[in-house]
Design a protein around this ligand. Structure first.
Ligand code: SAM
Ligand code: SF4
Length: 440
């Protein structure tokens, strides 16, 4: 049927992992992968709607899809992920050439959506948006690399940070049973996987929903890490994203003690003003956040702490913003993602008075970028003259060296004879704000 599919995925790692499942589902339908939309009969766009910039980028790609569909009306255009989930009927009104769409909680219905789209005589586009009782975390995935895998430990989020659309589109927080996860990781290791990355919107809240639901023995996230560390042959465990309010000492100890658990914590701070943090409903103060950063740095040698920051949340004054700069200076981040606040329809913050003018938001994000890039460079330079353990992933951008990642999740360009999938020790000789370089 339609021979080949083209898939384009946007947004976070959860979406990239969903994209691996979409590939597996489409390939099970007999479709083969195409690298360009022109070469495919089925076009699939896996979308993000966390910020307006993501919506804008998608609109450009859908313009291409509309043109290809006009050229050959038998082409099928499907859209998955958070944007159609947020807009539902409004989405089809905006993009009438789309044949079908479904939200992240209905991924396993993709084959059904495809059949509905190609069946002659069925009128109008199909859309599947209900609160999925099915947990797509257990669907099989078409992995990009044989030695690395993502493992979704939870879905959804129930935190309702006031700026964020995620809880509305991905549903409530649900953890997968630990036994199932350990079994999956054992299977992956038997299949050649050396590194897993555990995924969840708030991984360190893992198990809370199970215990509240009566499964008293469900382990915490630290407990889950201990069970995974015991899996024979698993060399590296990464995880993201951690929420500062749920980062207990048991997790700090687990990261410090467990040999397979990598020394990297992505810990979004978002802001440094207590007033803004309260309005964001984040559940911690700047002082509490910094206390957790210091606890991690004290317990875990060479830990890398990275963060997300939002500039220009409604009501944020210059004084509030200076408090964010102060927090960033004290935390000394190893890297940061910096975002301009983007109002998302349906969230509380979108209706707050005192929206910060766009120019002020931009100006603030630029000051954040300048500071966090200086910190990232200092963090990378501190590795020059030292040794890092690197899992080799492939060739570097220019194709002249190999490229991999250190335990701290920093990209390392490696000179010398190495194979993808190997874990090697690299003497670091040079650094930029984003990469290290060295030889085996
Ligand atoms: N669950 C994770 C957490 O709590 O950090 C990540 C969720 S979100 C997909 C990734 C990041 O996008 C957030 O940490 C936040 O910095 C940013 N973000 C979310 N909503 C935003 C908005 N409306 N405007 C700007 N940035 C936003
Ligand atoms: Fe969004 Fe907050 Fe949940 Fe992260 S914790 S997904 S920012 S609501």
């Amino acid at each position: 049927m339609h021979g080949r599919y083209y898939l384009r995925s946007f947004g976070c790692q959860m979406n990239e992992h969903d994209a691996e499942r979409i590939r597996a589902l489409l390939e099970a339908e007999g479709l083969e992968r195409a690298d360009e939309p022109d070469d495919a009969g089925v076009l699939v766009y896996n979308t993000c709607t966390v910020r307006k910039s993501a919506d804008d980028r998608l609109a450009g790609h859908l313009g291409t899809a509309a043109r290809l569909k006009r050229a050959d009306p038998s082409r099928v255009v499907l859209v998955t992920g958070c944007l159609p989930q947020a807009e539902q009927a409004g989405f089809f009104a905006r993009f009438p050439f789309v044949d079908g769409a479904l939200g992240p909680q209905n991924l396993r219905r993709l084959p059904e959506l495809l059949h509905a789209a190609v069946e002659p005589g069925v009128g109008g586009p199909a859309g599947y948006f209900e609160d999925g009782e099915h947990f797509s975390g257990s669907l099989s995935a078409r992995r990009e690399r044989p030695y690395q895998a993502w493992v979704q430990v939870m879905s959804g989020c129930t935190n309702f940070c006031s700026y964020c659309i995620v809880p509305f589109v991905r549903g409530p927080e649900r953890s997968r049973p630990a036994g199932e996860l350990v079994g999956e990781v054992r299977g992956l290791v038997a299949d050649g996987v050396r590194e897993v990355t555990l995924l969840g919107q708030n991984v360190n809240a893992y198990g809370g929903d199970l215990r509240r639901g009566g499964e008293e023995d469900a382990p915490s996230f630290a407990g889950l890490l201990r069970s995974l560390d015991a899996v024979e042959g698993l060399e590296r465990v990464r995880f993201m994203t951690s929420h500062p309010k749920d980062l207990g000492d048991d997790l700090v100890d687990a990261i410090a003690e467990l040999p397979s658990v990598c020394e990297h914590v992505h810990l979004p701070a978002q802001a440094g003003s207590d007033r803004v943090l309260r309005a964001m409903r984040r559940g911690y103060t700047a002082a509490e956040y910094l206390e957790r950063v210091h606890a991690l740095r004290a317990a875990v040698p060479d830990v890398s702490i990275t963060t997300d920051l939002i500039a220009g949340f409604p009501g944020e004054t210059e004084v509030d913003f200076e408090a964010t700069l102060d927090l960033v200076r004290e935390a000394a981040f190893d890297a940061a993602f910096t975002f301009v606040y983007s109002p998302r329809q349906g969230t509380r913050a979108a209706d707050l008075p005192d929206q910060v003018p766009p120019e002020a938001r931009r100006d603030r994000v630029e000051r954040l970028i300048e500071l966090t890039q200086r910190q990232a460079l200092a963090s990378r330079l501190a590795w020059v003259g030292r040794r890092a353990e690197v899992l080799v992933e492939g060739l570097s951008r220019d194709g002249l060296l190999h490229r991999g990642r250190s335990r701290q999740n920093v990209t390392v360009n490696v000179a010398g004879a190495v194979e993808p999938g190997a874990i090697v020790t690299v003497d670091i000789t040079a650094a930029t704000s984003t990469t290290l370089r060295g030889s085996v």
